[in-house]
Design a protein around this ligand. Structure first.
Ligand code: SF4
Ligand code: SF4
Length: 56
């Protein structure tokens, strides 16, 4: 289980700073979550202005 960032992402970067395990980084056209690091805390979903991070 891990969160995944959908195409709604506008690359604002807000979620990256709020992830407690540094699982989020900038990708080519949106931010991406490393599923091996994500602990499913949901912080990124709470900090995102467009609700791009979704629980799988
Ligand atoms: Fe990081 Fe939590 Fe989002 Fe997973 S759910 S990417 S651990 S902030
Ligand atoms: Fe993308 Fe939302 Fe993260 Fe901003 S907070 S980089 S819009 S997923």
């Amino acid at each position: 289980m891990a969160y995944k960032i959908t195409d709604e992402c506008i690359s604002c970067g807000a979620c990256e700073a709020d992830c407690p395990v540094n699982a989020i980084s900038a990708g080519d056209d949106k931010y991406v979550i490393d599923a091996d690091k994500c602990i499913d805390c949901g912080a990124c979903a709470g900090s995102c202005p467009v609700s791009a991070p979704q629980a799988e």
